[in-house]
Ligand binder design. Structure first.
Ligand SMILES: [Zn+2]
Ligand SMILES: [Zn+2]
Ligand SMILES: [Zn+2]
Length: 673
């Protein structure tokens, strides 16, 4: 065990080894820090701050009969399916809900009125309960070679697509390096082998670096390898990058990614204006998709000089986000402080921060712990080995090229970021003893099991559920036993539901196998059998922002990555594409875990506010709460696309968001409608 790092009990790609360094996966990944300098945040640019925020409206919203029928207002009051005729807002708050006459009586004379007709639907502002703001902003400056196009899987996501996208960029870009983000070999159609020679096809002149969407792995071409070697040779530190001679262009984890990023940060420095623009872009995208509150799931607590990232490095991420949140931001921000080690907690958090002392604009209710890696990256900690090798070829499948050849390597069960049980249990107990609530990232079934056991040994019980509201996030693979323990400990799950919609097919067909994939994102079991309040998250930028999309995926559990799947309705179909699959044969991952439209809406609003310790301000439209709401063109509770038969919720992600209001101020207005 080292003094400053943590020990990775790492069994990846069939070998077991111990590595000493900090974390993997986009949660809490320290990778983004290489690109930042303290100067970037010294004087935030004037354009980021409007001198005066707009005055909150004094206004009534009322349901009226239009050409195509009535509109709707769903308040979610008390977590129930409640609809009203009108709501009134003033000074950024809800002042009345009920019949039009009741609301009118409660409002001052001088006010405006807006009617909701023809199915237009007003619901509470939706939550994104787990995303990464600054990390994503850094990576959003790079070329998008990821598997998504808007909120759907990219058609023709192949190695050729990645290579051609990079080639375009090589031609027109002035930058020294070509940087790409979110590449995901597990979702590539056809050949999934991805290495140095793949990238050499894109350029033999310019250095290329791509980041895998899991942030666990990076890829470089030959020019990049030579460039990095030369950089360190000049400094007489050749041995630092000796791994480059055998890496085949694949960089694993921070010890290998770090030195390469160090060179890129020097040769291709990130411009502060650009970074601020990307941060603002994330918030306006969220607002556009109906989000009024977000939770940053990995805020770096350090605000002291840090020597471990090369030149002395001063920054204060909590202060940056707080300042953004308090200056006319389209969303409310809450955050979980990342604790990587016990020493980290002692030095950077204990005595420096206090739990839940913020306000409705900015609050820090959690400590975040990252227990394992990612399942699609084959690094989530499992009880049983993964079913495929690092090129996503399934083991033991008759007729597959990998048949028989790799059986002895079928030992990879993923990784755990802590010594277990002592180091992990000690950290969790210390945080619990300090009275902090926790979000624990756990993807593999064994990681989730270790996590509930650690909470149990720390003395957490159901009795403190309301006070603590601990979460296991992603909670990808939960056995009945783990679900039952979570219930007994008052822990609730937040699901990265794209694991079902986007990766479900890959999990079922190659990564986990059919039987184990049944344990993915058990939304209905959590709600019905274990009395839990669940939420859905994007882990942006792991998957696109969009609560309606997440609701749809939880309702249908359709595996969009299956061959020949049609795309949701409003998405323009490429020419010549015929719908080869009928809705009766849509591949669904574990039908029994589907949830209802109302359960999904509650997860995105009322229960999300509760999970984020924000229910005193948001989550439902009740008198005294913030005037945060969304007006949709159509109700998600009745949305139905008859083309898709029993899967009529397919395409719900395309319901148009007409307006998004936060604190009584209209933050987004859809001008295309
Ligand atoms: Zn490794
Ligand atoms: Zn995570
Ligand atoms: Zn995360």
């Amino acid at each position: 065990m080292s003094n400053n790092g943590i020990v990775l009990e790492h069994a990846c790609l069939g070998h077991s080894h111990t590595e000493t360094d900090t974390l993997t996966c986009s949660c809490c990944s320290p990778i983004w820090k290489y690109f930042l300098s303290p100067k970037m945040f010294e004087n935030q640019h004037q354009s980021d701050r409007s001198p005066l925020s707009e005055e909150p409206a004094t206004q009534i919203f009322r349901v009226k009969k239009g050409l195509n029928g009535l509109g709707h207002i769903y308040t979610l009051a008390g977590g129930k399916d409640v609809s009203v005729e009108a709501i009134g807002i003033q000074n950024g708050r809800i002042v009345a809900t009920g019949t039009y006459e009741e609301v009118k009586a409660a409002m001052p004379d001088c006010m405006s009125e807006q009617s909701l007709e023809s199915g237009h639907t007003l619901i509470p502002g939706m939550f994104e309960p787990h995303l990464h703001i600054i990390t994503s902003a850094v990576f959003n400056t790079m070329v998008d070679v990821g598997p998504f196009e808007g909120q759907t899987l990219r058609q023709g996501y192949t190695r050729d697509f990645v290579i051609e996208s990079l080639k375009d960029y090589v031609e027109k870009d002035e930058m020294k390096w070509i940087l790409g983000r979110n590449v995901d070999p597990s979702l590539l159609k056809g050949n999934k082998v991805f290495n140095e020679s793949t990238l050499n096809e894109a350029s033999e002149k310019k250095p290329i670096f791509l980041m895998n969407s899991s942030m666990h792995v990076g890829y470089v071409n030959r020019v990049a390898i030579e460039r990095v070697k030369a950089f360190f040779a000049e400094k007489d530190e050749k041995e630092k990058v000796a791994f480059l001679d055998t890496c085949d262009g694949i960089l694993k984890e921070l010890p290998e990614l770090g030195p390469v990023l160090q060179v890129i940060a020097v040769e291709n420095p990130l411009n502060a204006d650009r970074l601020h623009k990307e941060i603002a872009g994330i918030f306006s995208e969220a607002s556009k998709r109906g989000v009024t509150s977000v939770l940053e799931a990995g805020l770096d607590p350090a605000s002291v000089e840090k020597g471990d990232l090369g030149p002395s490095f001063i920054y204060n991420q909590p202060a940056i986000l707080k300042s953004i949140a308090e200056n006319n931001c389209p969303v409310r921000i809450s955050a979980a402080l990342a604790a990587t080690t016990l020493a980290d907690f002692n030095d950077n958090i204990e005595g420096r921060y206090t739990l839940n002392t913020g306000n409705e604009l900015f609050n820090i209710p959690f400590i975040k712990i990252l227990s394992d890696g990612s399942n699609q990256g084959l690094t989530g900690l499992q009880f049983q080995p993964y079913e495929c090798n690092e090129n996503y070829l399934p083991y033991n499948k008759v007729g597959e090229p990998s048949f028989d050849q790799d059986v002895s390597r079928q030992t990879n069960i993923g990784l755990f970021n802590y010594g277990y049980p002592i180091e992990y249990d000690t950290l969790i107990k210390k945080i619990v003893d300090n009275g902090w609530s926790m979000i624990v990232h756990a993807n593999g079934d064994q990681a989730a099991s270790r996590t509930v056991n650690a909470f149990e040994r720390a003395g957490v019980t159901k009795a403190t559920k309301e006070l603590r509201r601990d979460r296991i996030d992603h909670a990808s693979l939960l056995s009945d036993e783990t679900l039952e323990k979570m219930y007994n400990l008052g822990i609730s799950p937040s699901f990265l539901i794209g694991h079902v919609g986007y990766w479900g097919w890959a999990f079922q067909q190659m990564i986990l196998g059919a039987e184990k994939s049944q344990l993915l994102d058990r939304c209905q079991s959590a709600i019905s059998n274990h009395d839990m309040r669940i939420t859905l998250h994007s882990d942006y930028s792991v998957t696109p922002l969009g609560p309606l999309r997440m609701m749809e995926q939880a309702i249908t559990r359709i595996m969009e990555g299956a061959p020949d799947m049609p795309r949701p309705n409003n998405d323009p179909k490429p020419e010549n594409e015929t719908l080869s699959m009928t809705s009766s044969s849509f591949p669904v991952l574990h039908k029994e875990e589907q949830i209802s439209r109302f359960q999904a809406l509650k997860a995105a609003t009322y229960d999300a506010a509760w999970q984020c310790h924000a229910d005193q301000w948001t989550g439902s439209l009740e008198v005294g709460k913030c005037a945060d709401f969304v007006i949709l063109e159509e109700s998600p509770l009745t949305y139905s696309n008859p083309t898709y038969g029993v899967y009529s919720a397919f395409g719900m992600r395309d319901i148009k968001v007409l307006e998004t209001w936060k604190g009584g101020v209209k933050r987004y207005h859809n001008t295309e409608v």
